[in-house]
Design a protein around this ligand. Structure first.
Ligand SMILES: Nc1ncnc2c1ncn2[C@@H]1O[C@H](COP(=O)(O)OP(=O)(O)OP(=O)(O)O)[C@@H](O)[C@H]1O
Ligand SMILES: [Mg+2]
Length: 354
């Protein structure tokens, strides 16, 4: 069942179109992540769903009801912002119960909801504290608690972890995923961090410049990107992109010393230039008498990233187990498997092979 549905939504600020004809369905209980680079329209989409902005055109449905022009307070959504937006002069429990108190809810009901949320979020001990005396992760949980207590049906998160240090981010990632499982709530989560998207989402919506580039399960998008943008956005380090030519139905890569991948690539005759995509972990290296040199190495302990300088002055990044020790003097031969090669139209970036 669909919980939130955007139907051909357009948003303009003055004459600038920042959301262009976006249609997305988020199912009930789904953890849906909107991901994309800065300025692509992620926050604007969330604000449209929350009712903090009104679309220029199109329709927004929540739980089967048209809420396109509905008051934010009536939509049943709870929003958690990057800076948490807690009231500094209120305690944890006052912050969490604020919405219910404003609605003059009965005291026992408020107490029950706050106790339940505090337990779920492990905030019991901190109920009388004020935000200034809490850690980033604890403040984050109070902000989630506020949405919980309000009885939100849909939770909207806007980059909620970007203010936290790396270790706490991992912890909160797990925490929010756990909460999602326990609550069975519908979550729409905005981030520009592809790792968050890959690890947390049931469904990822990749956005670029106000458009949806592709929607799907994390591994579907990773293994089967529809275009060069999605291919380059998901995965770390990013996919390598190289020039390619189809000669007699075989793929030839000039920047890799005319490396040939034999396959009967029957492509549209109108496509003359191709971009070849290869993930860093799909490239094998071997010492040889001719080949490519290592410009520098990033050693991460369990793996290393070798940056090879190519004749056209670009870099090729290769991920390899550290045990494979190469020196900067070595000449390295590159090999690729046909199944690991992605072909994209040079102009449109659309994927050509599947
Ligand atoms: N109130 C506004 N008035 C005019 N332009 C706006 C307004 N709000 C957002 N924009 C523009 O709309 C575009 C999308 O902004 P938005 O905040 O949705 O991006 P984002 O994907 O959330 O980016 P980030 O990752 O940096 O938070 C940007 O070009 C931004 O400058
Ligand atoms: Mg934003």
């Amino acid at each position: 069942m669909v919980a939130v549905s955007l139907n051909k939504v357009i948003k303009k600020f003055d004459q600038t179109e920042v959301i262009r004809d976006v249609s997305i369905d988020v199912n009930k209980g789904e953890f849906c992540v909107f991901v994309g680079p800065s300025g692509c329209g992620k926050s604007t989409l969330l604000r449209l769903i929350a009712g903090l902005e009104t679309p220029t055109d199109g329709q927004i449905m929540i739980d089967g009801k048209d809420v396109t022009f509905a008051d934010p307070a009536t939509r049943g959504v709870g929003m958690v912002f990057q800076n948490y937006a807690l009231y500094p002069h209120m305690t944890v429990e006052e912050n969490m119960s604020f919405g219910l108190r404003m609605n003059n809810a009965p005291k026992p009901q408020i107490e029950e909801k706050v106790t339940e949320a505090a337990k779920m979020l492990r905030l019991g001990e901190l109920r009388k504290r004020k935000p200034a005396s809490l850690s980033g992760g604890q403040r984050q949980r109070v902000a989630i608690g506020r949405a919980l207590v309000k009885g939100a049906k849909v939770f909207l998160f806007d980059e909620p972890l970007s203010n936290l240090d790396a270790e706490l981010r991992v912890e909160m990632r797990i925490e929010i995923t756990r909460l999602h499982r326990e609550l069975g709530a519908t979550i729409i989560y905005v981030t520009h961090d592809q790792t968050e998207a890959m690890t947390m989402a049931d469904k990822i919506v990749v956005l670029r410049d106000g458009n949806v580039e592709q929607t799907g399960k994390p591994l579907e998008l990773y293994n089967n990107p529809a275009n060069k943008f999605v291919a380059g956005f998901l995965g770390s380090p990013s996919m390598n992109f190289l020039e390619g030519k189809i000669i007699k139905n075989n793929l030839v890569m000039p920047s890799l010393g005319n490396l040939i991948i034999k396959k009967n690539y029957a492509l549209d005759k109108n496509i003359s230039k191709i971009t070849v995509g290869v993930r860093p972990h799909d490239i094998a290296l071997k010492k040889a008498t001719t080949g490519h040199k290592i410009e520098f190495v990033e050693n991460l302990g369990n793996v290393s990233f070798f940056h090879l300088r190519l004749p056209d002055n670009s870099f090729l990044i290769v991920e390899s187990s550290t045990k494979l020790a190469f020196s900067s003097q070595d000449m390295l031969e590159i090999s690729l498997k046909e199944k690991d090669v992605y072909l994209f139209d040079n102009k449109s970036g659309v994927r050509l092979n599947s």
